[in-house]
Design a protein around this ligand. Structure first.
Ligand code: ADP
Length: 214
């Protein structure tokens, strides 16, 4: 990953190019009262990092990219497929009791529910708690009764950016998204196969990696 920590002189060069583009390295050096050779490493860094664009025989241009746009470009370039984890999936017929056991055994905060292998719902910890407190018969009730169901499930796909997935998680105040592939069910209707999941934890891990510049 590119880490851009600009020096005062590099900031000055950017300002000069911004207001005088296209400008040659000689002219930049003159404005800074420095030898052209002194600026060479700075200009190399600024062009390599994409902040300046160098055109032979014309000079330097400012690309308009800031340090922040590099960070957002980096985040936008990371796809859900690179951050996916294994989804825990149960069938609609499974009892609420078995769903709770699965959640504990698999150590997840939400479970995806399918029917004939197609996504039909999501169950979270709070869904279980609400119903346990409500005195539901855990051994007799199928998980389908308590789940949040399609078409209200917020999904993502392998090629979506992690940023867009994170925005969905924040906007809908949920902990995870099923990663799906759109298919046709047996009746030719649009349906989803669950191929993974992305969670607040996976996104936090990415944030930590970017912060540590790993
Ligand atoms: P918790 O209930 O443990 O806080 P969530 O915040 O993920 O976990 O869930 C809040 C509610 O949103 C629950 O009712 C759950 O069924 C529902 N939910 C969870 N994930 C999704 C999703 N991807 N799409 C739609 N609803 C969801």
């Amino acid at each position: 990953m590119i880490q851009i920590q600009l020096t005062e002189r590099q900031e000055k060069i950017i300002d000069i190019v911004k207001y005088n583009e296209p400008i040659t390295s000689e002219k930049i050096a003159k404005k800074l009262k420095l030898a052209r050779g002194t600026l060479r490493p700075d200009l190399a860094i600024l062009t390599m990092s994409g902040i300046l664009d160098a055109r032979p025989k014309v000079g330097y241009f400012y690309t308009g990219k800031t340090t922040f746009s590099f960070i957002s470009e980096k985040i936008e370039s990371i796809k859900v497929s690179e951050r996916k984890s294994i989804p825990i999936v149960v069938d609609e017929e499974v009892t609420v009791y078995d769903g709770i056991v699965t959640m504990f055994l698999e150590d997840v905060s939400s479970i995806f529910v399918t029917s004939n292998g197609y996504l039909t719902g999501v169950v979270s910890r709070k869904d279980f708690l609400k119903n346990v407190i409500g005195g539901l018969n855990l051994h007799k009730t199928p998980i389908a009764v308590i789940m949040t169901r399609m078409p209200n499930i917020i999904v993502t796909t392998l090629d979506e950016s992690v940023l867009d997935a994170a925005i969905k998680i924040i906007d809908h105040e949920i902990d995870s998204l099923p990663i799906v592939e759109e298919v046709e069910d047996d009746e030719g209707k649009k349906a989803y196969k669950v191929v993974g999941r992305i969670t607040k934890t996976s996104i936090t891990r990415l944030f930590v990696e970017l912060g540590k510049n790993e």
